[in-house]
Design a binder for this molecule. Structure first.
Ligand code: G4P
Length: 532
C-alpha cells in the first residue's frame, strides 16, 4: 500500500522551476514579461520587467553601481501561479551584466527555455548557455521568437538546431504564415488552429480564435495548406514532442511565436507546465540522492556580497532542493558546519524584496547574512547534505591587477582570496610572482567592475587593471605546464585550488599549439562556446 503523499512532495509536484537562456536581444526580457502577464502577476498590463532591460528605470537602491550603470545584478527569481502550478522563473543575467552567475543560475533550474531570434538562429551566447545545460543535463524547450518579422524559414531553423546542438527539434506548434506574416499557430498535439489578432505592442493578452482544420483552410487558404503539409511531414518523420526524450535531453520541443505581440506565448507556457519536470530527488556529492521530502536542504547558487557599504549586506540565493523551509529555522552551512538563523529569509520579485515564511522544493530564497556560505554549498536542517561541485566556467576576459597603494598589499591579497573563493572572479597567479601581478579572469566584463568595486570599498585596496592579450584559456596539468612555459604566446597560471590554466592570445594559436603538440593536455572548460 502506498503511503499518502507528504505535503512537501505534493507542493514539489506543483513547482516548475526554469530559466530562460538567450543571446542579448533575442527577446528574453519581453518573454519574461509576457509570462508574467499570462501568469497574472502584472495585472493586465505588461511593462515592469521591460523597464529594467532598457536600463532607464532601475528601481533598485540596493547598490550604487547598479544605479550608476543601469544594470541589474541582484535579481534572482520571479514566482507566479499559472493553472494549478507555481512557476519559478530564474533570472539569467544577460547583456552587460553577464557573468559566471549567469551560468550558475542554471544549477538551480530543472529546465530551460532557449529563445532564438527567427532571423538570427543560434547565436554565440545561446550556444554557451546551451553548453552549460548540456553539461548539467538540463532539458530545454525552444522558442523561435520574432515570427512577426521577416526571418529564416521554419524548417531551416529546425535544421540549424539539429546540426548545431545535436539534439532533435520536435515542434509542438507550427506557424501558419511565414516569418513576417504571422497568422496563427497549429497546435500539433490537437491538430487545431489558433488565429491571433494583434494588440497594441502586445500589452494585453492577444485575442485568439480557435478554429477547426476546415475553418482554418477556408480562412487562411494557401498559408494553411503549406503549414499543414509541413506539419504532416514532420509527423511522418517522427518529429512530435516527446516528454521522455525531452527530459533525457535528446529532443527539444519547439514553439513558434512573437513575444512582442504575444502570439504563441500561451502555448509555450502551457508546454512548460506540461513538460518541465517538477523538482525531484537530487544527487549528492557521494552519489546518493536526497528525496524531495527529506528535511530541508538547499543549494547556494549565487552570493551577493559587499554591495551595500553601510550594511555589509550579504545575500545567499538558495534553491530549495528538499523539505519545507520555514523562516527562523536554524540551518547549517555545509562547508563550515556552522549554524545560522534564517530569520531574514526573502523572496525577490524583480527588485522588490519580501519576507518569505515558507518555501518548498523548486522555490528560491534569499538568505540575508548567511555569512558562512559560498556558491555551490549546501544549507541543511536535520540531515546533512553536500552537493557535487559546480564546474569552473571558461573565462574569456583577462586583466592584470595591481594594487595602487603598496601599503595596502595585505588587504589586496585578502580581497583576492575572498573574491576567488566566492566565485566572484577567477584569480590566476604566476608560479613565481604570486599576488604581485595576478590575472583576473571572467566570463563577462561586469565581473571586473564588481571585483574592483569590492576590493576598494570592502577591503580598502584600490586596484588598477590593465588589459592582457589573452582571449582563451584551457585547463592543463603540471607536466604540460613545463612544456608550455617554454613556448611563445602562451602563459600558464595557477588558481588557488591548484588548477593550471594555459592562456592563449587566440583560439587559432591555441589550436596550432595543440596540432603541433598533440601530447599536451589542454582541456576545454564548460561554456567555451563553439562546441568544438
Ligand atoms: P533580451 O532581453 O533578450 O535582450 O531582449 P528584449 O526582450 O529586450 O528584446 C530585444 C528587442 O527585441 C526589443 O526591441 C524588443 O521589443 C524586441 N522584441 C522582443 N520580442 C519580439 C518579437 O516577438 N517581435 C519583434 N518584432 N520584436 C521583439 P528594442 O527596440 O530593443 O526595445 P524597445 O524599444 O522595443 O523596448
Amino acid at each position: 500500500m502506498s503511503s499518502p503523499k507528504s505535503e512537501v512532495a505534493g507542493e514539489a509536484e506543483r513547482r516548475r522551476t526554469f530559466a530562460i537562456i538567450s543571446h542579448p536581444d533575442a527577446g528574453k526580457t519581453t518573454l519574461t514579461e509576457k509570462f508574467l502577464l499570462y501568469g497574472g502577476a502584472l495585472g493586465k498590463e505588461a511593462g515592469a520587467v521591460k523597464a529594467r532591460s532598457g536600463g532607464r528605470a532601475a528601481t533598485s537602491d540596493w547598490m550604487e553601481m547598479e544605479q550608476q550603470r543601469g544594470i541589474s545584478i541582484t535579481s534572482a527569481a520571479l514566482q507566479f501561479a499559472y493553472r494549478d502550478k507555481v512557476v519559478n522563473l530564474l533570472d539569467t543575467p544577460g547583456h552587460r551584466d553577464f557573468s559566471e552567475d549567469t551560468y550558475r543560475v542554471l544549477a538551480a533550474a530543472d529546465a530551460a527555455v532557449m529563445v532564438l531570434d527567427a532571423a538570427k538562429g543560434i547565436e554565440p551566447q545561446t550556444l554557451k548557455l546551451f553548453e552549460v545545460c548540456r553539461e548539467r543535463e538540463i532539458p530545454f524547450m525552444t522558442l523561435i521568437n520574432k515570427w512577426d518579422r521577416p526571418g529564416k524559414g521554419a524548417l531551416e531553423l529546425l535544421d540549424e538546431i539539429e546540426e548545431t546542438l545535436i539534439v532533435e527539434p520536435t515542434p509542438a506548434t507550427w506557424p501558419v504564415g511565414y516569418a513576417g506574416d504571422f497568422r496563427g499557430i497549429i497546435n500539433r498535439t490537437t491538430g487545431g488552429y489558433t488565429k491571433f489578432e494583434r494588440t497594441a505592442r502586445g500589452s494585453t493578452i492577444a485575442p485568439e480564435t480557435d478554429m477547426s482544420a476546415d475553418e482554418a483552410a477556408a480562412t487562411e487558404g494557401e498559408h494553411w495548406e503549406v503549414a499543414s503539409e509541413e506539419s504532416e511531414l514532420l509527423s511522418e518523420l517522427g518529429r512530435n514532442p516527446n516528454i521522455e526524450t525531452f527530459r533525457a535531453c535528446e529532443s527539444t520541443p519547439v514553439f513558434f511565436g512573437s513575444a512582442l505581440t504575444n502570439f504563441g506565448i500561451r502555448f509555450l507556457l502551457d508546454g512548460v507546465i506540461d513538460m518541465v519536470p517538477s523538482p525531484d530527488a537530487r544527487v549528492l556529492a557521494n552519489g546518493d540522492t536526497r528525496p524531495v521530502d527529506d528535511p530541508f536542504a538547499g543549494l547556494v547558487f549565487k552570493v551577493q556580497a559587499g554591495m551595500d557599504r553601510a550594511h555589509r549586506d550579504r545575500i545567499a540565493f538558495v534553491r530549495v532542493c528538499s523539505g519545507k523551509f520555514e523562516r527562523g529555522m536554524l540551518a547549517t552551512a555545509g562547508r563550515t558546519g556552522r549554524q545560522f538563523s534564517t530569520k531574514y529569509a526573502q523572496t525577490l520579485f524583480g527588485q522588490d524584496r519580501e519576507t518569505v515564511d515558507e518555501a518548498f522544493p523548486g522555490d528560491i530564497l534569499g538568505l540575508v547574512n548567511a555569512n558562512d556560505v559560498q556558491v555551490g554549498d549546501a544549507v541543511w536542517v536535520g540531515k546533512e547534505a553536500d552537493w557535487p561541485e559546480l564546474p569552473a566556467f571558461a573565462p574569456e576576459y583577462f586583466m592584470r591587477a595591481r594594487v595602487l597603494d603598496t601599503s595596502k598589499f595585505k588587504q589586496f591579497r585578502k580581497g583576492l582570496a575572498q573574491l576567488d573563493e566566492e566565485g566572484a572572479i577567477q584569480v590566476l597567479r604566476d608560479a613565481d610572482l604570486g599576488d604581485q601581478a595576478p590575472i583576473l579572469a571572467a566570463v563577462g566584463q561586469l565581473q571586473f567592475e564588481v571585483a574592483t568595486h569590492r576590493l576598494e570599498t570592502e577591503f580598502g585596496a584600490p586596484v588598477e587593471l590593465t588589459p592582457t592579450p589573452y582571449t582563451i584559456a584551457r585547463r592543463t596539468n603540471a607536466e604540460s605546464t613545463k612544456q608550455l612555459r617554454a613556448m611563445q604566446g602562451v602563459e600558464v597560471m595557477t588558481r588557488a585550488n591548484g588548477t593550471h590554466l594555459a592562456l592563449f592570445e587566440s583560439r587559432y594559436w591555441m589550436e596550432r599549439v595543440l596540432a603541433d603538440h598533440p601530447e599536451l593536455t589542454l582541456e576545454r572548460m564548460v561554456a567555451e562556446g563553439g562546441l568544438g
